[in-house]
Design a protein around this ligand. Structure first.
Ligand code: NAD
Length: 331
C-alpha cells in the first residue's frame, strides 16, 4: 500500500517525530492523515491544519478501534518515553506502552488496515555489546540474545515481536524501524523527558543568557552516541514503510560523537566556552552506541543527509526562541 492516495493514521502525532511525520505524509501525497495523541491539543508541538487531529488515549482498545477506522496505513509512534533521566526512573510507565502497541495492532487487524509501521528503538540492543565507548556499531542481529534496556527496551523488543507475529499469523503487513537518537526542532527540550541534544542546547543557552558560564554534563562526557536529524528520520520511515524489509531495521546516523564533542559543537554554535562539571551519578545510559547502517544502505540506499553541526544549529535556534518566549510570557 503506497502512501500516495492512502488514508493514514499517525499515533503520537502531538509528539516530536509524529508531528513531523504528519507533514511528511502530506508531502508524500497521502489522501488523508488522522493525527492522534493523548495530550490536549494545545500541548502538541505542532498541528497540521489539513490533518484530522484527535485526542485519544491509545492505551484503550476502543480508542484504537476509533483511530484505525477507515485507515489504510498506521504509523504507530505513541509511547511514554524520554531521555535516560526519564526511562531509567519510569520503567513501569514505559512498559505500559505495551497496551498502546498491542491494542493498536489488534485494532489495525479488526479494521482491515493494510500496512502497520512501528517505531522501535536502539534501546532493544543487548547491553553487553555497549559497554565500551569504542563501539562496534550495532547490527540488527545484535538484539539477541536479549538483554535490552530495562523497562523501555524490553517493551520495545516485545512489541517488535508482536508485529512479527501479527504479520506471520494474521497477515497484517508490519514494518519496524529501530530509531537511534533523533533530534531537531519542535520536540521536548525541557521538563525531564528531553534527550541529550536538546538538553545540551538548552544548558548552553541558559549559560549564555544567565552569564554563569558553567555546564553540568551527565557522566564523564566520554560516552559515545550518534544523532539523527528529524527530517532524515521521517524520510527513512517512509522508505522503510514502502520497503519489503520484514525484520526490524536500524534507522540512525552513524556519525559517532562523544557527549563532550556534542557540547563542543553546541558551544561553537553559540560562540561560548563553558566550564564543564561532570555529574558521575546522573543517569547516562550505555557507554557507547552507534548504528550499523549496512542493511539500510544496501536495501534502500538511505543515509542521513544532515550533518550534526547543521541540525544542531537549527535545533538551537528553535530552543532559543522557546526560551525567549517563555521569559516574555512569565514577565
Ligand atoms: P514524544 O514523547 O515526543 O512523542 C510520543 C507521543 O506519544 C507523545 O506526544 C505522547 O503524548 C504520545 N502518547 C503517549 N502515550 C499515548 C497514548 N496512550 N495515547 C496516545 N498518545 C500517546 O517522542 P518522540 O521522540 O516523538 O518518539 C516517537 C517514537 O519514536 C516513540 O515510540 C519512541 O519510543 C520512538 N523513539 C524515539 C527516539 C528519539 O530519539 N526521539 C529514539 C528511539 C525511539
Amino acid at each position: 500500500m503506497h502512501i500516495r492516495g492512502a488514508h493514514t493514521l499517525v499515533c503520537g502525532a502531538g509528539g516530536f517525530i509524529g508531528g513531523h511525520l504528519v507533514n511528511k505524509l502530506f508531502e508524500e501525497g497521502a489522501a488523508s492523515v488522522r493525527a492522534v495523541d493523548v495530550k490536549p491539543l494545545d500541548e502538541w508541538y505542532q498541528q497540521n491544519p489539513t490533518a484530522q487531529s484527535l485526542v485519544l488515549d491509545l492505551q484503550e482498545k476502543d480508542a484504537c478501534l476509533k483511530a484505525a477506522e477507515g485507515v489504510d496505513a498506521v504509523f504507530q509512534l505513541a509511547a511514554d518515553m524520554g531521555g535516560m533521566g526519564f526511562i531509567e526512573n519510569n520503567k513501569a510507565l514505559c512498559m505500559l506502552s505495551v497496551l498502546t502497541n498491542t491494542h493498536m495492532l489488534m485494532a489495525a487487524r479488526t479494521q482491515g488496515v493494510k500496512r502497520f509501521f512501528y517505531s522501535s528503538s536502539a534501546c532493544v540492543y543487548n547491553g553487553d555489546k555497549q559497554t565500551n565507548p569504542d563501539v562496534v556499531a550495532l547490527k540488527e542481529e545484535d538484539a539477541y540474545p536479549a538483554l535490552p534496556e530495562d523497562g523501555y527496551g524490553w517493551e520495545k523488543l516485545f512489541s517488535e515481536r508482536m508485529c512479527r507475529h501479527f504479520r506471520e499469523d494474521y497477515g497484517l503487513e508490519t514494518r519496524v524501524a529501530r530509531f537511534h537518537n533523533v533530534y531537531g526542532p519542535l520536540g521536548t527540550w525541557t521538563g525531564g523527558r528531553e534527550k541529550a541534544p536538546a538538553a545540551v542546547c538548552r544548558k548552553v543557552l541558559e549559560a549564555k543568557m544567565s552569564g554563569n558560564h558553567e555546564i553540568e554534563i551527565w557522566g564523564d562526557g566520554h560516552q559515545t552516541r550518534s544523532f539523527m536529524y528529524v527530517d532524515d528520520c521521517t524520510k527513512g520511515v517512509v522508505d522503510i514503510y514502502h520497503s519489503d524489509i520484514l525484520e526490524p531495521i536500524n534507522l540512525g546516523s552513524s556519525e559517532l560523537v562523544t557527549i563532550n564533542q556534542l557540547v563542543d559543537i553546541a558551544e561553537e554554535i553559540v560562540g561560548i566556552k563553558l566550564k564543564r562539571n561532570y555529574n558521575l551519578s546522573a543517569p547516562k545510559g550505555v557507554n557507547g552506541r552507534n548504528s550499523d547502517n549496512t542493511m539500510i544502505q544496501q536495501h534502500l540506499g538511505w543515509e542521513p543527509s544532515i550533518k550534526l553541526r547543521d541540525g544542531l544549529a537549527r535545533t538551537m535556534a528553535w530552543i532559543e526562541q522557546q526560551m525567549l518566549a517563555s521569559v516574555t510570557t512569565t514577565r
